[in-house]
Design a protein around this ligand. Structure first.
Ligand SMILES: *Cc1c(COP(=O)(O)O)cnc(C)c1O
Length: 372
């Protein structure tokens, strides 16, 4: 078997290319580039798609998290409990808001924050829980909501990998007080550059965040409070509007490809974590291997590109050294074993079959014929 090169993903627009170009041209012709009609319309359309009353467009997913925390009045002296297994930006956003991230270890099956560990870490300074809906699968929101209610904490959802995902049938981002989304190009809904949004059913919070993203301005050149400059721009909003109608079909495609992987990987020498919620949107398809480096090399030799999300847990990042020690052995173990296989809406079923066959061949190494 000599498969063609199979990159992890391609960011060149495909079926959406014409709509994306039209969107860009529309903005250029209008000559209005920041906080204009495209952002207004996208905020309404994205809120509807996310099942929320309001959405506010911002510069990045990281800023979305930080702005929610600031909008809730969380900052210096406060602690926010979050997951050690995520993009480091989840925790960096907590630090940008001035608060301290505290890491609760993950559930070994689901790889999202363990609600019992969260409860054990609540202290007098704890103000919020920031669960991360990792790889497209919601955290255990029912249990997290119980912990939050018991200790009177806000729940802020990191939905950056979970566009259209649901937890027990409820849209992510609407279960806690607010949700943060990223439109970084690789996300399930991506822009051609950076972008982000917050969603919430609390319209006072949405109004406050809309001010904070724009320098804290109330009226032009009147700054009521210390805001930042983090605005979704008109070109990105127009591109996102062109893509949003395609997102349900793209999500269905991701789910179908994931089901195919599960079927084809039966008996393969990797562990495939169970799907814990039917609302999983498969931002990534992640398996585990005790011989990950060898498996990645084996796949690379067959032209199959894989990535690791994530090789280092957040509390072990040097950038986090000042936040204090964290006891997260389950996350550390996951970081040594997880490997993400190619999965995106433009991928073919045959390619999934090729990847699965290549993984099966990894088991045969040494016993079967040496693959050429
Ligand atoms: C991408 C991502 C972020 C950061 O989003 P940006 O738009 O890149 O700032 C935060 N959390 C998670 C889980 C992410 O995947």
């Amino acid at each position: 078997m000599t498969p063609r090169r199979l990159p992890f993903m391609s960011l060149v627009p495909g079926e959406d290319a014409a709509a994306v170009r039209q969107a860009i041209d529309r903005v250029i012709a209008r000559g209005w580039f920041v906080l204009g009609p495209e952002v207004d319309a996208f905020e309404r359309e994205f809120a509807a798609a996310a099942g929320a009353a309001r959405a506010v467009g911002v510069g990045t997913g990281t800023d979305a998290i930080a702005l929610i925390l600031r909008g809730l009045g969380i900052g210096a002296g406060d602690e926010v409990i979050t997951s050690p297994l995520s993009a480091a930006y989840s925790a960096l956003a907590i630090m940008m808001a001035g608060a301290r991230p505290v890491f609760a270890d993950i559930d070994p099956d689901r790889l999202t924050i363990d609600p019992e560990r969260v409860a054990a870490l609540v202290g007098p300074r704890t103000k919020a829980i920031l669960p991360v809906h990792l790889y497209g699968q919601a955290a255990d929101m029912a249990a997290i909501a119980r912990v939050a209610a018991r200790f009177n904490l806000a729940v802020v959802e990191d939905c950056c990998q979970a566009h259209l995902s649901t937890a027990g049938g409820r849209p992510v981002g609407t279960i806690g007080v607010a949700g943060a989304f990223s439109f970084y190009p690789t996300k399930n809904l991506g822009a051609l550059g950076d972008g982000g949004a917050i969603v919430t059913n609390d319209s006072a919070l949405a109004d406050r965040i809309a001010r904070l993203r724009n320098g804290g301005q109330t009226d032009r050149y009147h700054h009521q409070e210390f805001g930042i400059n983090s605005r979704l721009d008109e070109v990105q909003a127009a591109i996102l509007r062109a893509r949003l109608p395609l997102l349900p079909a793209w999500t269905a495609r991701r789910r179908a490809l994931a089901a195919r992987y599960r079927e084809r990987l039966a008996g393969a020498p990797v562990s495939v974590p169970p799907e814990r919620d039917a609302g999983h949107v498969y931002h990534l398809f992640v398996v585990r291997s005790g011989a990950r480096a060898e498996l990645q090399a084996h796949l690379a030799a067959r032209g199959i590109e894989t990535l690791i999300h994530y090789p280092v847990s957040i509390p072990r990042q040097p950038a986090l050294a000042a936040t204090g020690p964290a006891d997260c052995p389950v996350a550390t173990q996951a970081c040594a074993e997880v490997v993400s296989l190619p999965l995106h809406p433009a991928l073919g079923v045959e390619q999934v079959d090729d990847v699965a066959a290549a993984i099966h061949a990894f088991a045969d190494k040494g016993t079967g014929p040496v693959p050429s």
